[in-house]
Design a protein around this ligand. Structure first.
Ligand code: HEC
Ligand code: HEC
Ligand code: HEC
Ligand code: HEC
Ligand code: HEC
Ligand code: HEC
Length: 417
């Protein structure tokens, strides 16, 4: 009696699952990918759908992702055929893959591909740097990592921040103590090939001594984004009259980065900023043993920079016409094009371009000529004014404009005049 009642219930429950699951219960591809790291190990976890084939792909910073393994989940309530490295919870469909082929102190990027979808669909991409647990995003349900930045009852800053400001909160780790990235010095710890680490240059360059950071580099920092000092409406080419939410805020680490990584953008860059269209930045930074960390930029950085510097985002060919300025009432300026390939003008460059090819058919973008944080490049300084006519540099009227290289090296490298 009891048994047959159960059988009926099971049959009803099973048919409900079959009816409902494709539309309501499971999302494909996995939308909740998480990574956990420890020495020599990266564990990827996500919620799967029944009877679906997933493959896990990894990059060590180069553009090419390689497939590590694939696994097909079982029907509802059952596990699939065992594959080394994979586990599956038959009821909740929590799926994990453990990658034990990683080296400590190397950058890795992972995504999950849903191979049952035609064409195959991808999850977002997440970074991992074993053995460190990243402080940002990939939070598990029982995480203790909120405490790195928040304090529930004894916070010093608003939003329950442990320190008085966002920048001071970031500084507790990014001053060389709690992360491999020291943003004042612009350095990163990379493997030295002998089981330890050595400090090398990081892609964004040094901020130098500002906003309470201590700079220990030898070359003077000649220009930088002045965090903690300037209002966002001082951004050249931006909305100098901007009084709306955001524009009058002081520039902080949190203006550009989302500390929780919710946008799944490269380097936690914000997915929503001021009145910009949605921002999706893709790139992969790769550790070179005992060498500088370099990034392979794929897409989206011009949109990011242009959230604040709108008028500088000038498309191909339009360098020869004065573009309408978004926020000034005076006539526009001629500006160098971005989003155009050097190859279209038979030019070549060793500076970074943005795109998947890895050669001169990729596109000129803001970071071809600039760094994201600061620079030690030297040369005759250019006058720098915001669109209000005020100097944007502390007490000085000239700057090296966060350029990648000394003088006008960048121009000559590509144009070869
Ligand atoms: C690396 C530092 C850092 C960590 C770790 C961190 N936060 Fe935050 N959080 C911030 C900062 C900075 C803000 C201020 C608002 C902003 O810049 O988005 C913030 C704001 C918030 C807010 C209010 C604004 C919003 O986005 O809703 C909540 C809620 C929050 N954090 C929850 C959490 C929880 C929960 C965790 C752990 C799972 C966590 N945070 C981990 C830095 C951090
Ligand atoms: C509790 C320490 C801690 C605090 C506080 C902290 N970070 Fe981090 N941050 C880390 C660690 C750890 C990593 C991962 C790289 C590594 O292993 O050092 C990281 C990585 C990053 C990265 C690179 C992410 C990537 O995809 O490679 C950015 C950008 C970043 N942090 C910004 C911030 C900002 C902005 C704040 C302040 C809101 C902040 N961090 C506060 C520890 C911290
Ligand atoms: C104006 C925007 C902006 C501000 C402000 C900013 N960042 Fe960044 N940050 C970037 C960009 C863009 C990159 C990626 C640069 C690249 O890969 O070339 C980056 C990269 C990083 C990285 C990765 C290391 C590296 O050198 O690439 C860390 C860590 C980081 N930022 C932390 C911070 C902290 C901490 C602050 C505040 C002191 C801060 N950022 C302020 C835009 C910003
Ligand atoms: C959140 C807004 C914001 C974003 C995003 C932003 N900037 Fe800025 N930028 C500013 C502000 C504000 C200033 C003026 C004050 C200062 O120098 O820090 C500025 C100044 C500059 C300067 C002039 C610095 C000098 O010393 O003359 C350059 C060059 C620059 N930004 C390039 C970039 C690039 C490249 C990006 C994208 C990687 C970018 N910015 C993203 C706000 C932003
Ligand atoms: C990575 C390669 C690259 C670099 C670096 C570069 N350029 Fe260009 N430049 C181009 C390309 C490509 C065009 C063609 C743009 C178009 O017509 O759409 C161009 C166009 C020009 C033009 C013609 C503009 C017009 O209106 O026709 C001038 C002048 C110029 N660049 C000067 C410079 C200067 C000065 C620098 C250094 C600040 C520089 N370039 C750096 C690739 C580069
Ligand atoms: C081809 C190289 C090149 C590219 C690409 C480039 N810049 Fe610049 N940028 C420069 C140089 C060189 C300066 C120094 C001032 C000058 O020579 O006009 C400069 C100056 C600036 C300044 C300071 C202007 C001022 O009035 O103080 C800002 C802001 C800026 N660039 C933002 C951007 C943004 C945002 C992008 C991408 C949309 C970008 N740049 C793309 C070379 C470049």
């Amino acid at each position: 009696m009891r048994n047959s009642r159960w059988a009926v219930w099971l049959a009803v429950a099973f048919s409900l699952v079959v009816l409902i699951s494709p539309v309501t219960v499971y999302a494909a591809p996995p939308t909740d990918l998480r990574l956990a790291t420890s020495s020599g190990k990266v564990i990827a976890s996500f919620t799967g759908a029944p009877g679906t084939t997933y493959s896990i792909w990894r990059s060590t910073g180069s553009v090419a992702f390689a497939k590590l393994s694939s696994y097909t989940t079982g029907a509802a309530g059952a596990s699939g055929t065992a594959v080394a490295g994979w586990t599956e919870d038959p009821i909740g469909k929590a799926v994990t893959y453990t990658d034990t082929t990683v080296q400590d102190y190397m950058d890795y990027y992972y995504y999950i591909q849903n191979d049952t979808d035609a064409p195959a669909t991808l999850s977002y991409t997440l970074p991992a740097f074993p053995p460190t647990q990243t402080a940002h995003g990939s939070y598990t349900q029982d995480t203790d990592r909120c405490a790195g930045c928040h304090s529930t009852h004894s916070a010093q800053g608003s939003k329950l921040l442990r320190e008085a400001t966002v920048d001071a909160t970031c500084k507790t780790c990014h001053n060389g103590t709690g992360s491999k990235y020291n943003v004042a010095d612009g350095t990163v710890l990379v493997p030295n090939g002998a089981g330890a680490t050595v400090a090398k240059n990081a892609p964004a360059g040094p901020f130098g001594a500002q906003d309470g950071y201590v700079y220990s580099g030898t070359k003077p920092v000649t220009s930088q984004h002045q965090v903690g000092a300037k209002a966002i409406n001082r951004a050249p080419g931006g909305n100098y009259q901007g009084t709306g939410p955001g524009w009058t805020d002081v520039l902080t680490c949190g203006s550009c980065h989302d500390p929780h990584g919710s946008s799944h953008n490269y380097r936690l860059l914000r997915g929503a900023l001021l009145d910009s269209p949605a921002i999706q930045v893709t790139a992969y930074a790769g550790t070179v043993v005992a060498g500088d960390e370099t990034a392979r930029y794929q897409a989206g950085m011009n949109t990011f920079c242009a959230a604040c510097h709108k008028d500088f985002n000038v498309g191909p060919g339009s360098g020869s016409t004065a573009p309408a300025e978004t926020y000034t009432t005076t006539a526009g300026s001629y500006r160098h094009a971005v989003g155009v390939a050097p190859s279209t003008k038979s030019l070549t460059t060793a500076f970074p371009l943005e795109g998947p090819a890895g050669n001169n058919t990729d596109l000129v973008f803001c970071l071809t000529c600039h760094r994201g944080h600061g620079t030690t490049a030297t040369g005759p300084s250019q006058s720098a004014y915001d669109q209000n006519g005020d100097s944007v540099v502390n007490g000085l009227d000239s700057t090296t404009a966060i350029k990648r290289a000394d003088n006008m090296t960048i121009c000559q490298d590509c144009h070869k005049k």
